[in-house]
Design a protein around this ligand. Structure first.
Ligand code: SF4
Length: 348
């Protein structure tokens, strides 16, 4: 672990000399600092500047904003998106006008109780406006701090956020606003996600990931996506010439690939409807398999028609055709369908 004082001095000195000019950095007014933090959520600095200037011109004080009609407030937010931010901010400002005599509370807990204030906004506004000893942990800080410590903990976990906030506490006992902004600015300008400028980094000598050559492996972000399970029924239909009915997909997933006709078990569509003919299939699936995509798992059951179909008795939809087994190579089958093909057709 590096020396705390040296690290902070290097970082803050760099920030003093290199920070970008932003209108909210010219003010100590907590209302303006808070507004900038709300606008900057999910939005880039260069987009926010114009909105911030127009908004503060139209609603220069907490009193002006608290007396404004919501439609008027939203008009000055139009184009920034995420309108719930504007509504929550407006509500919170009204609370400040009512409960705190129009002054943004400098008590972190009172501030956190206002509408729309999460842990990041709380730490940012409280530290920048009032130098309260709270560490901001946003995407930039997650990246910088993971790399500095060669830390492979998952930054998507609340426990990691809490741990980082604790570990950063020694640095925010004084000048917390400057330190927090310096960390975020380092992440935005130097310690960038894909091509960090380590050679120009003011804290390179204290960076463990740089020393170990692991910079691009960090930060760790695992996205735990809950997979959706879809039950799929696949139907094997054969004609008197030993040709199999196949269908070209029109859905976004595996678009244009070929498959044996497949229907979601819970959908209202059926192969009988598509073909306009009653076909009976064995009741129990002859084969089952799972196929995993990033966000979806298909649980596939395969059913086989009990008798062959007379080719000329069916008028096929445009995206269906009969496939000779010898022609299989000319059709693009996804993995799941190839498995079914191998299991059902090759065993014949
Ligand atoms: Fe980030 Fe590189 Fe600086 Fe380490 S040396 S903090 S990886 S920019």
């Amino acid at each position: 672990m590096f020396k705390e004082n040296e690290f902070k001095t290097n970082l803050v000195t760099w920030f003093d000399e290199n920070q970008r000019e932003m209108p909210w950095r010219e003010t100590s007014n907590p209302y303006y600092i808070w507004l900038s933090e709300v606008m900057l959520q999910q939005t880039q600095v260069k987009t926010v500047i114009d909105y911030y200037l127009r908004f503060t011109k139209r609603f220069p004080t907490i009193e002006d904003l608290s007396n404004a009609h919501e439609d008027d407030v939203l008009k000055y937010w139009e184009g920034l998106g995420y309108y719930s931010r504007a509504r929550n901010f407006h509500t919170a400002i009204k609370e400040v006008a009512d409960k705190f005599q129009g002054k943004v509370p400098d008590d972190p807990q009172q501030f956190a109780d206002l509408k729309g204030v999460g842990p990041y906004t709380q730490a940012a506004v409280m530290s920048i406006a009032f130098n309260q000893p709270l560490a901001t942990v946003d995407g930039n800080v997650f990246r910088v701090w993971s790399r500095l410590n060669n830390d492979y903990r998952d930054t998507k976990l609340q426990s990691t956020r809490k741990a980082f906030e604790q570990e950063l506490l020694p640095y925010v006992q004084n000048e917390s606003g400057t330190f927090n902004q310096a960390m975020m600015e380092l992440g935005a300008l130097i310690c960038t996600p894909k091509a960090p400028l380590c050679l120009f980094c003011p804290v390179q000598t204290q960076c463990e990931a740089f020393e170990k050559g692991t910079v691009l492996e960090l930060p760790v972000k695992t996205t735990k996506v809950k997979k959706r399970h879809i039950k799929q029924h696949v139907y094997i239909v054969k004609n008197e010439n030993n040709e199999y009915l196949i269908e070209q997909r029109t859905q976004k997933l595996l678009n244009q690939m070929w498959e044996f006709p497949m229907y979601e078990a819970e959908s209202n569509e059926s192969i009988q409807q598509t073909l306009g003919q009653e076909i009976s299939f064995n009741e129990k699936p002859v084969y089952t398999l799972k196929h995993q995509f990033t966000h979806i798992t298909w649980d596939i059951s395969v059913f086989v028609a009990e008798s062959t179909i007379t080719k000329n008795s069916l008028v096929l939809p445009e995206n269906m055709t009969w496939m000779k087994l010898t022609d299989k190579a000319s059709y693009n089958f996804p993995v799941s369908m190839t498995k079914i093909y191998n299991h059902i057709c090759q065993s014949e």
